[in-house]
Design a protein around this ligand. Sequence first.
Ligand code: CTP
Ligand code: MG
Length: 235
Amino acid sequence: MERTAAVVLAAGKGSRMGSTIHKQYMELCGKPLLYHTLRAFEESSVDEIVLVTGPGEVPFCQNEIVDRYGFSKISAVTEGGSERYHSVYAGLKAVKDCAYVLIHDGARPCVTKEIIDASRTAAITYGACVVGMPVKDTIKISDENGYAALTPDRTSLWQIQTPQAFRYDLVLRAYNRLMESESFQKGVTDDAMVVETMTKEKVKLIQGDYTNIKVTTPEDLEIASVFLNRIYGKK
Ligand code: CTP
Ligand code: MG
């Protein structure tokens, strides 16, 4: 059984975007940003999609995104929580039936069917995988006074993206443990960390694409529109 679900996260407030409208609903190439993300999953090999929205946003998402654009793989629209990991946990619990699950930031609209399908295949092979890309810039760790303290070897550094894909039982076990342990909840920024820390399972790194950016600040919208036009132009 290789039935696969996707949990698409759209419960954030987009505070770094500095816009009154949450970034997942901002217009990008003539449609809400979240439309582009969901479209890639709709066209991929995943069997069901759980959409996680902000408190009170379920009816809006159901009407203005799911029904309006006719997404047919969405099995649930559910409310997330105050931190990303709360939203992930809500999404995992809302999945109907799957052996594998891909967790994806709704704010990454340039994800492609190819990246999604490669994540699913790697999850089936390795049990746990995340997409990322080798870091291009030199990274420095600063000391508390803002001076460069350490320069880690760039050849082993990756910038991590989503989807992050796992055996469903493994990631659910990891999140069940995380929810019981407040000390581990601090500083959780991705799902691989949760699986690594809570289960000691190894997470495979696979290459995604430099274009699979997370829309975080206003200039990212301009960059994403260039990448999306390229994706749509290819069809
Ligand atoms: N997210 C979520 N629930 C939260 C926080 C974030 O579902 N409590 C989602 C966001 O909607 C986004 C993804 O997780 O798709 C990555 O988070 P991020 O880029 O940090 O988005 P925001 O938290 O919305 O932005 P900011 O941190 O600038 O407020
Ligand atoms: Mg955030």
